[in-house]
Write a protein that binds this ligand. Structure first.
Ligand code: HEC
Length: 162
């Protein structure tokens, strides 16, 4: 090996070790606790399981996201259901799902085919289960404002100014 080549190799080694040390230093400096995911459900496991079946059956996820997940085909700017139970009560949700015209309760800014459909034709037990489940979708206090803001902006298409 020529002298120059050796020098370059040593140089590379020094730079790589230096970068590793620097990275380790930055990670150890990052002591902010990870606040984690703010969304959770208070519903018993069996309610969650039954509601998930309805959620799939009635294609809620064609338009809404839940647990941060959205369908790849989803093109409708509907509010996310994450944390919805901290924004709406179970009674409100039941009335909304039971309405022949949900837009009489919550006006829409979207073209008719993208709007929240009526689920008034579902059996009462299914509407109750959906309302109970969506009402159980809570958000931690520290993320409540963000959730209100996101829901407001989805519904109105306007910037949220409290
Ligand atoms: C065709 C798209 C579509 C489908 C399917 C759909 N929604 Fe919606 N939903 C919307 C839209 C859009 C809104 C906002 C109001 C509007 O524009 O009509 C909404 C509003 C809501 C709201 C109120 C949101 C708020 O901010 O208060 C809830 C709760 C909800 N939907 C739950 C559901 C559930 C549960 C299902 C399945 C049973 C479902 N949606 C199916 C489009 C849809």
């Amino acid at each position: 090996m020529k002298k120059g080549e050796k020098g370059i190799l040593i140089g590379i080694a020094v730079v790589s070790v230096g970068m590793m040390l620097f990275q380790g230093f930055m990670i150890s400096q990052d002591t902010e606790p990870d606040p984690g995911i703010p969304f959770y459900s208070t519903a018993p496991k069996e309610v969650q399981a039954q509601a998930s079946v309805l959620y799939r059956k009635y294609a809620c996820r064609d338009c809404h996201s839940l647990w941060g997940l959205r369908s790849v085909l989803q093109a409708v700017p509907a509010p996310s259901l994450d944390g919805m139970g901290s924004l709406r009560s179970e009674e409100w949700l039941y009335a909304y799902f039971s309405a022949e015209n949900p837009q009489a309760i919550l006006p829409s800014r979207l073209k008719p085919r993208f709007r929240m459909p009526s689920f008034a034709h579902l059996p009462e037990s299914e509407r109750r289960l959906l309302a109970r489940y969506v009402a159980s979708l809570k958000v931690e206090d520290w993320y409540l404002k963000e959730t209100q803001k996101a829901a407001y902006e989805k519904l109105t298409g306007e910037e949220y100014r409290p």
